[in-house]
Write a protein that binds this ligand. Structure first.
Ligand code: ZN
Length: 100
């Protein structure tokens, strides 16, 4: 029985969507801006806006940020504005290793 077969059909799904076990940081239950009326969304508040973008500089979806539709729009606009004046990167990784 010299059945020589090289079955290489065994694929390694290492980077796929394995399960729902990924740890994102906890989603707030309420829209942060509705909860705190004094909190103003401003394109100059980079620290605030950074919570609403990914490491790549993309705007997080609402299910992750927990913001309501109204404020999510404002945040998105602020992020875009902030990018425009170079307070936030368009693509996070490009500027990451700039400082030695
Ligand atoms: Zn809101």
């Amino acid at each position: 029985m010299s059945d020589e077969r090289n079955e290489r059909s065994e694929r390694n799904f290492s980077g796929g969507e394995g399960g729902g076990d990924r740890k994102f940081f906890a989603k707030p239950k309420f829209c942060q801006f509705c909860a705190d009326k004094q909190l103003v969304i401003d394109y100059k508040k980079v620290d605030l806006l950074r919570k609403y973008i990914t490491e790549d500089g993309k705007i997080r979806p609402r299910r992750q940020t927990g913001a309501c539709a109204k404020h999510q729009r404002v945040v998105a606009a602020a992020v875009k504005q902030s990018r425009h004046v170079a307070l936030l990167p368009f693509s996070g990784r490009a500027l990451d290793d700039n400082r030695s």
